[in-house]
Design a binder for this molecule. Sequence first.
Ligand code: SAH
Length: 370
Amino acid sequence: MNFVLEPVKQKRINLLDFDRKGLAAFFVELGEKPFRATQLLKWIYQEGVEDFGLMTNLSKSLRSFLNENCTIATPEIVVEQIASDGTCKWALQTHCGNRVETVFIPEEGRGTLCVSSQIGCALACTFCSTAQQGFNRNLSTSEIIGQVYVAQKRLGPEKKITNVVMMGMGEPLLNFDNVVAAMNLMMDDFTYGLSKRRVTISTSGVVPAMYRLTQVCDVSLAVSLHAVTDELRDVLVPINKKYPLKELMEACRDNAKIAPRRTITFEYVMLAGINDSMDDARGLIKLLKTVPAKLNLIPFNPFPYSSYLCSSKETILRFKTLLNDAGIVTTVRKTRGEDIDAACGQLVGQVQDKSRRHLKLKSVGSEHAA
Ligand code: SAH
């Protein structure tokens, strides 16, 4: 029998997978000067040039090497939804057919992009719709920075992304290296040059990774608190069983030390009859007095089959007033993009669940029904 052997195509190197340091090391390995990294970043992120042939300050031989071996590949927009308040939500398809979601929220004087870090989420917070989809995989650096790249290109120069929040799908600190590389890229003067105060990473409290982050990457920190007792937090944010409140607050204090004038934002989803009593508010005051904090109350966004309800407007207002009066700067998050399900906690993408969470949930559901 005759076989025709197909030549194995070598996988191209995606240059969006490198931050500046990584790119400099890549060029040095090729026998080039490290400053090629800054030239390349400028071409890609600032000039929007994707054709290596047009990168005129690179030597001809380097251009042809890049042409043959490298690529600039991002996830692709497959669905675009624009809400009546101007909020845009995109579903982006990755090379493996999974989808992630990215949301742009325009506000007076700024534009915030809410970026995903994983396909699905493994953390099982009971009030979050992404959690119900289960977990598939971590996003690569190019798939994370690619969300900013694709969104900014689509928005055009009139609508600038001025802030990034790592608050889309996934737990960013469980995809540490790729998220840190992507955040370094966003803040690089040769790309978007976002200030460290305008890049925020939100975590449900992966304590060891919080310490690591404090050491290696100076960005703003948001912590999804949602409860003031371990008993309740164990239910709402189950990673609390591993890293209880005392350890979480200690990690927050450690982070606060590196930037004395900066505050940590605590997020607190308002769930009717669950975590919204005046006792809870008093517990919050006590807890948040131990760290430079501001508080962001998030009205709960219901999703199909969720068993929680959002606290009433009056309760949220009373909660807010009590905290503000105690000297803790407290805001209520405006719900944006409601008519396109772009609001906080609504990003589900299209997750092929590798953790088989949906099966587990179904069986829990049927136990309750029985
Ligand atoms: N895993 C990270 C980031 C993703 S979630 C974290 O936990 O911080 C971003 C924020 O949305 C978190 O504060 C999360 O608790 C909140 N959230 C999730 N589901 C929600 C819902 N249904 N309604 C309101 N907020 C929600």
